[in-house]
Design a protein around this ligand. Structure first.
Ligand code: HEM
Length: 334
């Protein structure tokens, strides 16, 4: 049964993701990412108060996530970043995706009573999945048949919160470092921006751990773990361990650059895995790795970003999420 499931998954994965995640598709899409990032900057200017503060940054970054994913998957701009406000469908989709993550957390990590009867979290899981499916179908009503064959629903839902939350974490860390912002704004070398993103994934990973159902028995530190059990690999904890990284709690993009880089890399293989690894690795990885630097650079070239709180509060919602509301200041960079 497990084998059939894996084969079905492998077939779907190979056929559904290759068009959308190919280097050609992503390369042609990058100018759109710049345009979408400009719209986010305009929206921030529209919504910020007199003290330059945005009251709920996470709502704007999730709207960005939705706009980016829909544009990639459906091939047309949806207008989710227009200042008129969030459309009804965008709001319902964002909420359904949020409920879905919460019910995944509760069914996955809570007591598995849902295997015996329909618990509230199981019902939420089913309902939110159905909502996401119906709302995504409403969105794709005008898409052509070829587009509909792709993994539309999964892709749109997977991108909204992962991208949105990652961007909030990234901005919260660079908000404390005006020198880093200067460097991003003025440095043409994209390696620096990539180093900031890597360092964010190390300190505030959106996916804190990786999970696998064992296909074969496995011996771990002298303990035999039987096939069929779930093994959770705590990469997030490993990334904060001083045995693996020096000054582990500090935001130091420099550790991924120049001479420091080889030292960091020799100790970090298989520790920093923000998109997982192996055949189940995130199909959105390449897309995010190329889009996020564009979005970050646009924001930092437009604004000096600051944040009053020491750290962003985080809650576990299957993925890691900033606790709402996140208030940050966006002052024009002239
Ligand atoms: C910052 C953004 C993102 C992060 C941090 C992230 C992270 C992850 C991680 C850790 C996994 C599990 C990998 C594993 O178990 O080895 C995963 C799976 C997945 N991701 Fe992402 N992801 C992001 C964005 C996206 C985007 C934009 C898409 C859509 C194109 C996407 C689609 C998926 C899908 C469909 C899976 C399930 C893959 C499978 O099991 O075959 N993700 N992601």
């Amino acid at each position: 049964m497990e084998k059939i499931r894996s084969e079905t998954w492998a077939h779907l994965r190979a056929n559904l993701t290759k068009d959308i995640t190919s280097p050609q598709t992503i390369a042609t899409f990058l100018p759109q990412v710049t345009a979408i990032s400009n719209d986010l900057c305009a929206l921030i200017k529209h919504f910020r108060q007199n003290d330059n503060k945005i009251g709920q940054l996470e709502l704007l970054t999730r709207r960005l996530g939705l706009e980016v994913m829909c544009t990639l998957v459906l091939g047309r701009r949806m207008g989710f970043l227009l200042p008129e406000g969030e459309t009804d469908i965008a709001r319902r989709l964002r909420i359904a995706v949020h409920h879905h993550f919460l019910s995944c957390r509760d069914t996955y990590y809570g007591l598995p009573l849902w295997k015996l009867f329909h618990t509230p979290s199981y019902s939420h899981l089913i309902d939110s999945e159905e909502d996401i499916y119906n709302l995504a179908l409403e969105l794709v009503a005008n898409a052509d048949e070829a587009t509909k064959e792709t993994a539309i629903v999964d892709f749109i839902a997977s991108g909204i919160h992962t991208l949105g939350n990652t961007l909030v974490f990234l901005l919260s860390l660079i908000s404390k470092r005006k020198d880093v912002q200067e460097e991003i704004a003025n440095n043409e070398n994209s390696e620096y921006v990539k180093a900031c993103i890597k360092e964010t994934f190390r300190l505030l990973p959106t996916a804190f751990c990786l999970a696998r159902v064992l296909e074969k028995d496995l011996e771990l530190s002298g303990h035999l773990v039987k096939a069929g059990n779930v093994v959770v690999c705590q990469t997030g904890l490993a990334c904060r361990d001083p045995e693996n990284f020096s000054r582990p709690d500090e935001f130091l993009p420099e550790r991924w650059l120049g001479e420091e880089k080889s030292k960091t890399l020799s100790s970090s293989t298989f520790l920093l895995l923000p998109f997982g690894c192996g055949k189940r690795q995130c199909p959105g990885r390449r897309f995010i790795e190329q889009s996020l630097p564009v979005i970050l650079k646009e924001l930092v070239q437009n604004f000096i970003i600051s944040y009053d709180k020491k750290d962003v509060d985080i809650s576990f919602e299957f993925i890691m999420a900033p606790v709402s509301p996140v208030q940050m200041s966006f002052e024009d960079r002239s």
